[in-house]
Design a protein. Structure first.
Length: 221
């Protein structure tokens, strides 16, 4: 298991890319693409207030702002996927989609009524839906623990594209954590990002690797 501890998402992003490109193993995905991966990765961001954006992140500030907005407020576009993160977090559907559950509301109420509760969790995977469709959530679980005035946030990704998605994912989720902290009279102390499969598409995204991480190009040629 790989454990990384960094003060900021930007520094963790650059370290993760380096480690995957230099130490990862290659597989062929279900859709036939070559992918370099590391299994079971844990990343702790010790100072979530540091929101600098790495100059090496291909999509930049606009992508991060867009992801954060969709995560917190939902998306106007419908029909592209059978899920979106806002829906799974704020309007989690029953198997027949007739009932909706606001999991953030539950977490906030639970933390305020019982600050040391270990039940402040959010599930995004819906087996009634996700076992039958092509596009499924990469983010599967979010958890919060409050100790004193500090809030500790953990998330679990089944699969995470480190080069193109991790930076936006982590900063967007930290913003969600800060919202929960505000509503529970606490401070987001740390953010831990667990990944079952951390990967980079080394053929598909070779141009971005060459542009932003040229020093590691020799490892994929």
């Amino acid at each position: 298991m790989l454990c990384i501890r960094k003060p900021s998402v930007a520094s963790a992003f650059e370290e993760l890319v380096k480690l995957i490109l230099t130490e990862g193993n290659d597989i062929t995905t279900e859709d036939g693409q070559r992918c370099r991966e590391l299994l079971n990765v844990a990343v702790e961001i010790t100072n979530p207030k540091l929101k600098t954006i790495s100059s090496k992140y291909p999509f930049g500030k606009k992508a991060i702002e867009s992801y954060t907005k969709q995560l917190l407020y939902g998306s106007d576009s419908e029909g592209e996927f059978v899920y979106n993160y806002y829906e799974r977090i704020r309007e989690y559907p029953s198997h027949d989609r007739k009932l909706k559950n606001d999991q953030i509301k539950y977490v906030i109420e639970k933390l305020n009524s019982n600050p040391t509760s270990r039940r402040c969790v959010i599930s995004l995977w819906n087996p009634f839906i996700d076992q039958k469709v092509k596009d499924v959530p990469c983010l599967n679980h979010i958890g919060f623990q409050k100790r004193g005035n500090n809030l500790y946030m953990s998330v679990l990704f089944r699969s995470n594209d480190i080069l193109l998605a991790f930076h936006s994912n982590a900063l967007g989720l930290i913003k969600l954590g800060e919202y929960v902290a505000e509503k529970t009279n606490s401070t987001l102390k740390s953010y831990t990002h667990f990944i079952y499969n951390a990967h980079i598409y080394i053929d598909r995204d070779k141009t971005e690797i060459e542009k932003n991480f040229p020093e590691f190009l020799k490892y994929i040629e």
